[in-house]
Write a protein that binds this ligand. Structure first.
Ligand code: VG1
Ligand code: CO
Length: 542
């Protein structure tokens, strides 16, 4: 029986950089999930009888929310919902299924790299029919819906068994429980040379992949240890756990320390890698060398043609604004277009759909391509493996040769996490106010060439997105960028992105801190960070 439940708006259900992300306790409040999911459906038209894809990263509250979404989807008239077995689907696997199965859209239950468990975070993201994150137009409509919602529709029915593969009915709707990996693995086989990578492992190539007790465990085991023949044990922390084993499933140098230490140790494997909670991010560390995500994007763009899926070459590269400009140099050398977009994968969708960009990336460990419409952690690792196999060189050799050819963009991101939101907003407001006066002035030893608040004009749909971060360009091509995070769940997080270009190969071997030292000091004084945030140092450096 379909029931109409009277409800009223719940404050703060505004999707951020990547969906709605809050503490688990907030999601557990009465009507919280129901209101948001009904508001998603209320913002859409024409889904009657259509297919929805549903799954999550396995974090605490994933299974319960799958059941709630199923009952609301059934009551709202969807024809079929594809659910990953056990409620598990990585973000890229959802994107893949939406596209392969011509679904109307998908719902992803994840707070990505944020911690899980009862005290941790939860999240709901909606993806549209191209497989990508809902564009701003849609998320704004969802938010508007949450502010006027007065009722939701839900089917009265017992829970669906989501652990057994196959079809079941829920009211008039079909529920199809699918293998979370199968379609995704089939897609990967069309993009990278599995035979070549198999031969690499047969020849003794060693790697470790840290799934961080999050969603990529089943994918990495099936593909690396299964299809590609890597030895058992290649995948670490391969079981998705509701609390990720108590860790942040964030593949950076802080939270993926174990994999980093392994790569720097005496018996380092040839490749160390990791992915995040929902499987869309990647960390690449070669023996003795960490590859910054910005460099990884540039290297993959420069070498993608070595993989069968990109043998025809790439049409263009897109990067988020704070991502280093290493990829710009590859684009210039290849005489292809480079696009600079606001932070968040949703801004790549139009460029990919229109065939303007083939490879996209963000400094936050996200890389992807036109094979789907999300960043894709396992794909990035597979493409690296393909490049390593094809070039017969080590990660460090490939990266050093890349720097020698294109120059090196030293890069670091400094995060001031969970600072007072008013202070953080005031800091950005003060910077914005000073912007017109900055060009032509000196900051320390450096001359400021340009300063602006990044605005993006989408070349495909003509939409404009304003206030995406303050950029300060110096005369020597260094750059400092300031922006506030849109994914946090407590206070505000100020992100400061620091970059310096170095053409001279004799100066490519510096420590990042050494290469960026004066700029780092400047990043703090220029924006008065200690005064506005009460912090002298960032809480995380990546
Ligand atoms: C962060 C990253 C951004 C990324 C977003 C979602 O956003 O900086 O590059 O797209 O997370 O990634 P913010 O607004 O906190 O800087 V994920 O892996 O959560 O889907
Ligand atoms: Co993620």
């Amino acid at each position: 029986m379909i029931r109409e439940i009277a409800t009223r708006p719940i404050a703060g259900q505004r999707p951020g950089t990547s969906g709605l992300r809050k503490k688990v306790a907030e999601f557990q409040a009465p009507h919280y999930v129901e209101n948001f999911v009904q508001s998603i459906f209320d913002s859409l038209e024409g889904f009657a009888g259509q297919t929805l894809v549903l799954g999550g990263d396995g974090r605490y509250f994933n299974r319960e929310t799958v059941q709630t979404v199923l009952r609301i989807a059934a009551a709202n008239g969807f024809g079929r919902v594809l659910v990953g077995q056990g409620g598990i689907l990585s973000t890229p696997a959802v994107s893949c299924l939406i596209r392969k199965r011509h679904a109307f859209g998908g719902i992803i239950l994840s707070a990505s790299h944020n911690p899980g468990g009862p005290e941790g975070d939860f999240g709901i993201k909606y993806n549209v029919s191209n497989g990508g994150p809902a564009p701003e137009k849609v998320t704004e409509a969802i938010y508007a819906g949450t502010r006027r919602i007065a009722r939701y529709r839900i089917l009265d029915a017992p829970p669906v068994d989501i652990d057994r593969i196959g079809d079941v009915r829920l009211g008039n709707m079909a529920v199809e429980i699918v293998d979370p990996v199968a379609e995704y693995r089939a897609l990967m086989e069309t993009l990278v040379d599995f035979d070549r990578i198999r031969a690499l492992f047969r020849a003794g190539f060693r790697m470790r992949f840290d799934a961080m007790s999050a969603v990529t465990g089943p994918y990495a085991k099936a593909i690396l240890e299964g299809a590609l023949g890597a030895p058992a044990g290649t995948v670490m922390h391969g079981e998705p756990l509701p609390d990720f084993g108590g860790h942040h499933p964030d593949p950076n140098l802080v939270h993926a320390r174990q994999i980093y230490d392994l790569a720097m140790g005496p018996d380092a494997p040839d490749l160390c890698a990791a992915s995040d909670g929902d499987g869309d991010r990647n960390l690449i560390v070669g023996r003795g060398l960490f590859v910054t995500p910005s460099d990884s994007l540039a290297v993959l763009a420069a070498n993608a043609h070595l993989a069968p899926g990109y043998a025809q070459g790439i049409a263009g590269i897109a990067r988020s604004m704070p991502t280093s400009r290493a990829a710009d140099r590859v684009a210039a050398a290849k005489r292809i277009a480079i696009y600079e977009t606001p932070t968040g994968w949703k801004y790549f969708g139009n460029l990919l759909d229109a065939g303007l960009a083939t490879i996209c990336g963000e400094e936050s460990a996200g890389t992807g391509s036109n094979h789907l419409r999300e960043k894709d952690g396992v794909w990035a690792v597979l493409l690296w493996l393909n490049v390593l196999a094809a070039r017969g060189a080590s990660v460090a050799e490939i990266v050093r040769r890349h720097w020698a050819e294109y120059g090196r963009n030293y890069y670091a991101r400094h995060d001031y996490e969970e600072v007072d939101a008013d202070g953080a907003n005031a800091l950005v407001a003060a910077l914005r106010e000073r912007l017109p006066k900055l060009p032509g002035t000196r900051a320390g030893a450096l001359a400021i060439a340009e300063a602006d608040d990044f605005a993006y004009h989408d070349p495909v749909d003509g939409s404009d997105t304003l206030h995406q971060g303050v950029r300060i360009h110096f005369a020597d091509h260094s750059r400092i960028v300031y922006r506030l995070s849109g994914t946090g769940t407590a206070g505000a997080t100020l992100r400061v992105y620091i970059e310096r270009f170095e053409a001279d190969p004799a100066r490519h071997g510096l420590e990042t801190g050494q290469a960026l030292g004066d700029l780092i000091a400047l990043s703090r004084s220029l924006a008065d960070i200690p005064r506005f945030t009460g912090r002298a140092e960032p809480s995380t450096v990546t």
